[in-house]
Design a protein around this ligand. Structure first.
Ligand code: HBI
Ligand code: FE
Length: 282
């Protein structure tokens, strides 16, 4: 495997940096508190119960940006995961290597008060509030590790794009069926005020039952709300379909099939809601 890009001079060779928790300003902690209060309010009744349990057991709260060392102690006792700080986006192989070893990489910086709704790079609010609560769920925790291990292998098969689509439509933008309705679990949704309403309530997007190979064929948008969301039955389903599963035969099969547009609907899809695409076409 090709060696990844050299880490920046201020980072360690695995791209991690000290969080330097003492250096956050009062204004930065206040941004966390504002986002935390707004998002927990919005998510009431909309998010998977595993997320709320995660917030509770990790004692994530409206009391400033969490200290990664303290958070990691609680998390490690539950599922063996830790949280490490990185300067921003890291190369794919570095990212996968951390996940495969149960280390979740998180940005240390937080968005400015005038950027509460929009930012390009994942910040500490997206990474911690969005991703870390579900790492307390044993099945989801195993899925994330399997994803990292699978990523290292996908690079050898030239199948990174397929695996990235899986991450996008589950870890970042997934929905789950729970208690007779749909609930949110994807970190990109649960950390976004606008999308946490849109993904569940808006008539525009498709909501389709999750199918691993179907998802691996589906392109996605990174610059706007999704046109299709995929709905899992349980985190156990994700674990079962990825942990100790060899994706090589799947990648070979998918080579023969066309890539699907974000709004595509197949005759074989189990459609939960057919989207009007009104928002997407506006
Ligand atoms: N780096 N810090 C960080 N966070 C991510 O979510 C991330 C990354 N590097 C690569 C990456 N994600 C994705 O491209 C992979 O899922 C393919
Ligand atoms: Fe993310």
């Amino acid at each position: 495997m090709a060696a990844s890009t050299q880490s920046p001079p201020h980072a360690r060779s695995d791209w991690t940096i000290p969080q330097d928790w003492d250096r956050y300003t009062a204004e930065e902690h206040a941004v966390w508190d504002t986002l935390f209060a707004r998002q927990t309010g919005m998510l009431e009744g909309r998010v998977t119960s595993a997320f709320g349990r995660g917030l509770d057991v990790l004692r994530l709260s409206r009391a400033g940006i969490p200290n990664f060392v303290e958070l990691s102690q609680r998390l490690e006792a539950l599922t063996g995961w830790r949280v490490v700080a990185v300067p921003g986006l890291v190369p794919d192989d570095v990212f996968f290597e951390h996940l495969a070893n149960r280390r979740f990489v998180a940005g240390r910086f937080i968005r400015r008060p005038d950027q509460l709704d929009y930012l390009q790079e994942p910040d500490v609010f997206h990474d911690l509030f969005g991703h870390v609560p579900l790492l307390t769920d044993p099945a989801f925790a195993d899925y994330m590790q399997a994803y990292g291990a699978g990523g290292l292998r996908a690079q050898q098969f030239g199948a990174l794009q397929k695996l990235a689509r899986l991450y996008w439509y589950t870890v970042e933008f997934g929905l789950i069926r729970e208690g007779g309705g749909l609930k949110l679990y994807g970190a990109g949704i649960v950390s976004s005020f606008g999308e946490s309403k849109f993904a569940l309530d808006d008539p525009s997007p498709n909501r389709i039952a999750f199918d691993l190979e179907r998802v691996m064929r589906t392109d996605y948008r990174i610059d706007d709300y999704q046109q299709s969301y995929f709905v899992i039955e349980s985190f156990e389903q994700l674990r079962r379909q990825t942990a100790d599963v060899d994706f090589a035969p799947i990648y070979r099969r998918l080579e023969q099939l066309p890539v699907l547009a974000p709004d595509a609907i197949l005759p074989t899809d189990k459609l939960i809601t057919r989207g009007t695409m009104a928002y997407a076409r506006r």
